[in-house]
Design a protein around this ligand. Structure first.
Ligand code: TMP
Length: 234
């Protein structure tokens, strides 16, 4: 499948049209941003790492009956995907308090939650992806109630599958972000799942092996991404 035209460029990915109207090519870049692009940088080989990890995870989720936009891997940085209409809601699932939840509620990072927390954020960088709930989403017509039920169901199932998967690799899945889209009237998982969109801590040392190393200037950013890739592929 050939790339025809660049139709969208985001902070971490480019999307191209193909000869088929239902299919797009998603290319993963090395560009890294944080705090709604207030901080910018490059993580060498991140695009390759995130493409490979996302490919592996989408295939795993498909095998567990979670529909995704993934069609096939094309090369180191590109995958063929289904063309969805993105639901402009970022779904966050949290197993352990960190990042935004620690800040919002004045909590210590590392508190293990009694049950997973699901959050919705309205996807709008200029507004800093504000926290919203099902009422906002339904009342503003962002998505319908049955669609949100499906999104919540898939998100918790994905958490169950990924928590177990990562733990076998010596990684604790602290939290992660998902995006969903509509394809032929059905909700499917879109975007990516990678160290950009998950918090992953080494299960023995609790060392951060994700984008927090970039966000917080912790050093060894590339090394952490390579380590996650190595473990995911092992
Ligand atoms: P948060 O604690 O900053 O809200 O992040 C929760 C999870 O979502 C974390 O695993 C990182 C991921 N995330 C993204 O993928 N994109 C974003 O823009 C933000 C803020 C977080």
């Amino acid at each position: 499948m050939q790339k025809l035209k660049l139709i969208y460029e985001g902070k971490a990915k480019k999307v191209y049209s193909t000869g088929k109207p239902d299919l797009l090519i998603q290319e993963f870049k090395d560009d890294a941003t944080a705090f709604d692009a207030a901080k910018r940088g490059t993580i060498l080989q991140k695009g390759v790492v995130n493409n490979k990890i996302s490919t592996k995870i989408f295939a795993l989720l498909e095998s567990k009956k979670i529909p995704t936009h993934f069609v096939e891997s094309l090369n180191d940085r590109e995958m063929l995907i289904k063309k969805v209409g993105i639901v402009p809601v970022e779904v966050t699932i949290r197993n352990i308090v960190a990042g935004g939840m620690a800040k919002l509620l004045g909590l210590e990072e590392g508190i293990v939650l009694k049950k997973p927390v699901l959050e919705y954020h309205y996807k709008d960088d200029a507004l800093h992806d504000p926290l919203i709930n099902e009422y906002h989403i339904e009342a503003l017509g962002i998505a319908a109630k049955p669609e949100m039920n499906t999104i919540a169901l898939y998100s918790f199932k994905i958490n169950d599958v990924l928590k177990e998967f990562f733990l076998k690799k010596g990684l604790i899945l602290v939290d992660f972000k998902l995006e969903f889209g509509r394809f032929k009237g059905k909700i499917i998982l879109a975007d990516e799942i990678s160290p950009d969109t998950c918090r992953l801590w080494d299960s023995k040392t609790k060392e951060k092996l994700d984008k927090d190393r970039f966000r917080r200037d912790l050093g060894n950013v590339e090394e952490a991404y390579q380590e996650v890739l190595k473990r995911v592929m092992a």
